[in-house]
Design a protein around this ligand. Structure first.
Ligand code: CP3
Length: 358
């Protein structure tokens, strides 16, 4: 399935992603994309059909490794991201999970002490062992200049799916549980922190070079609750990894927190902050770059729209942010109907302008 010589781009001059995360000058500006493996690629749709269901795809190391590598064969990227899902963690804790075609995830909700008593966090990281096998297979197949990023969902975002029983427009039950400080909710958050540390540590042991924590719904919370349910759990994950001797750098993606990104970086100790597209690039430059590396933040709609908006968007970001502190990415994942030609163009614009400026 994985022919030799398919990765015919890139020169082996170190891993640009790791250089930026570890404070060194990279040989070029690192680039990867959230949801770079996915439905906008026909080869993904084929492998997905072969797997039968999305969850079967996640748990088959051969197929999950294959879809992880697919975008790397098309695009000269600096990182691969493990193909899995943030909701595998609650599933491994005993929360029933299904994905309905075109509707997204459906979970058996946890909303009380009794619901919580059904969960088994202790064995969860071990039940996710097919994922570590996927990591091993990917690392074996990757060219040396490409870093593999492992990931998990942040406790807050995962909790919203667990409490709501799936996606939801306002996540109001979860926000109420947080605002009231419900004891069962605090325990759920605590379980998610502990399982996430073990899960990420095992991904690192299997060969992941960096780890991203996705807090897609971090923007739900105001002052006070943001510290408690976004910053503190992610800080505990970062510190928990260090306590286990895991030195792998963590990228935090707390989507939608705007001007709180600088506090987020300081409070959690992440090595880079992923930024949503609504965050001004000038804010990234002035408030974040002095203390942390930044990742992002092109609006995925510009990639759908194409030129001239696409080129202008890329130029604005690449001209504003310095190569040694910036990981080019989107502000959130690709949409399934993104034209592949536009992805190629976007990458070409980044590479050309980055070379011209440096
Ligand atoms: O390429 C990559 O980015 C790696 C793989 C990855 C997936 N999900 C695959 C996926 C990653 C990192 C995720 C993270 C994830 N999953 C998040 C956080 C990031 C974000 O996008 O905000 C969240 C909130 C989820 C939960 C989730 N998974 C939802 C809400 C959905 C349904 C919505 C949708 O896009 O269909 C999924 C399904 C999912 N996860 C798909 C993929 C490729 C589509 C499933 C399919 O092929 O049918």
């Amino acid at each position: 399935m994985m022919d030799e010589g398919v990765f015919d781009h890139g020169t082996e001059t170190g891993q640009a992603l790791m250089d930026v995360l570890e404070g060194r000058q990279p040989w070029r500006r690192p680039v990867w994309f959230m949801r770079q493996a996915g439905r906008y690629l026909e080869e993904y749709r084929r492998t997905r059909a072969e797997a039968g269901s999305f969850l079967d795809l996640c748990y088959r190391p051969d197929l999950a490794a294959e879809v992880t590598l697919q975008p790397l064969r098309r695009f000269d990227l600096d990182a691969a991201i493990l193909f899995a899902d943030i909701l595998l963690v609650p599933q491994a804790m005993g929360v029933q999970l299904g994905f309905k075609q075109n509707e997204g995830p459906v979970l058996e909700p946890v909303r009380s002490e009794e619901d919580l008593a059904r969960l088994d966090p202790e064995g969860a990281a071990e039940r996710l062992s097919p994922i570590y096998e996927t990591v091993e297979r990917i690392v074996e197949a990757l060219p040396p200049h490409v870093a593999l990023i492992g990931f998990c969902g942040a406790p807050w975002t995962v909790a919203t799916y667990v409490v709501e029983g799936g996606g939801s427009a306002e996540r109001m039950r979860t926000r109420l549980a947080a605002a009231r400080g419900e004891a069962w909710f605090e325990k759920l958050m605590d379980m998610l922190v502990r399982v996430s540390v073990d899960y990420l540590a095992r991904q690192a042991a299997a060969g992941a070079k960096a780890l991203q924590v996705f807090d897609t719904w971090a923007g739900d919370l105001g002052d006070g609750l943001r510290e408690k349910y976004v910053f503190d759990p992610i800080r505990r994950i970062v510190e928990g990894l260090k306590e286990k001797g895991v030195e792998v750098p963590v990228i935090g993606f707390a989507r939608g927190i705007g001007a709180a990104q600088e506090d987020f970086a300081r409070a959690t100790g992440v090595r880079a902050v992923g930024c949503e597209w609504s965050l001004p690039v000038s804010y990234m430059k002035e408030r974040l770059v002095p203390q942390v590396a930044v990742q992002g933040n092109l609006d995925p709609a510009l990639v759908m729209a194409g030129d001239p908006a696409l080129k202008a968007g890329v130029e604005h970001i690449v001209r504003t942010l310095p190569r040694d502190r910036h990981i080019f990415n989107l502000g959130h994942g690709f949409k399934p109907d993104t034209p592949v030609e536009n992805v190629e163009k976007m990458l070409r614009y980044v590479r050309e302008l980055d070379a011209e400026l440096n």
